[in-house]
Design a protein around this ligand. Structure first.
Ligand code: GRF
Length: 204
């Protein structure tokens, strides 16, 4: 399966997926391109070091739809079948969602539907929950919303700060995201009893 990854920053989840693909842990797949909306994203360098084509497509004062149209076109040109958001800090337009039905996934550092949006780990600490975690989900037009593919719980310790909790959750994010992408590639994801096929029907 041809995979495209969208990032805005550090790119550690992107690296985890790239390495899982390159090592064969995620079978029959290729990370074809990593696209960032920020030219300064550290993840772009990490992707290039791993031999992946990178594109920086900044918004440059354009509307969300205009910006997304350029990203969609670059993804389509490369026959991308699965789009993985990995720390991509922009909400996708409905055109983007429609261009890749059931083929966009995201990772979020909380047990959704709790603590959507920015600083999910700080929200968890401030709320005082004893368990948090991370979620991989299909993406729809709402923020951190869509059918859940996989979740992993992480205990919140009494002396945790937002930073220490974020670091512990991040380790689990890498494993959860790669396992979830593997399942999707293998066509083994079921959402409420219905198998979700991310592979384009016109490709073998
Ligand atoms: C991760 O915590 C991810 O869950 C969230 O943004 C962060 C991105 O980190 N959506 P990285 O860029 O993958 O290192």
């Amino acid at each position: 399966m041809k995979i495209g990854i969208l990032i805005s920053g550090r790119g550690s989840n992107m690296v985890a997926i790239v390495e899982a693909v390159q090592s064969g842990l995620i079978p029959d797949s290729e990370v074809v391109a990593v696209i960032s909306d920020k030219t300064s994203a550290e993840g772009l360098i990490k992707a290039r070091e791993r031999g992946i084509e990178t594109l920086a497509i900044s918004r440059n004062g354009r509307t969300r739809e205009e910006h997304d149209a350029e990203i969609i076109s670059e993804l389509k040109k490369r026959n991308i079948e699965l789009v993985c958001l990995a720390g991509y800090m922009r909400l996708l337009s409905s055109e983007f969602i429609r261009a890749f039905p059931n083929r966009i996934v995201n990772i979020h550092p909380s047990l959704l539907p709790s603590f959507k949006g920015l600083d999910a780990q700080r929200q968890a600490i401030d709320y005082g929950v004893k368990v948090s975690g991370c979620t991989v989900h299909f993406v729809d037009e709402d923020l951190d919303h869509g059918a859940i593919v996989a979740q992993k719980t992480v205990k919140v310790l009494d002396d945790d700060t937002a930073e220490s909790l974020a670091a512990r959750i991040l380790e689990h994010e890498h494993a959860l995201y790669t396992e979830a992408v593997k399942k999707i590639v293998e066509g083994a994801v079921e959402i409420r009893g219905r198998r979700v096929i991310a592979k384009q029907s016109n490709r073998k």
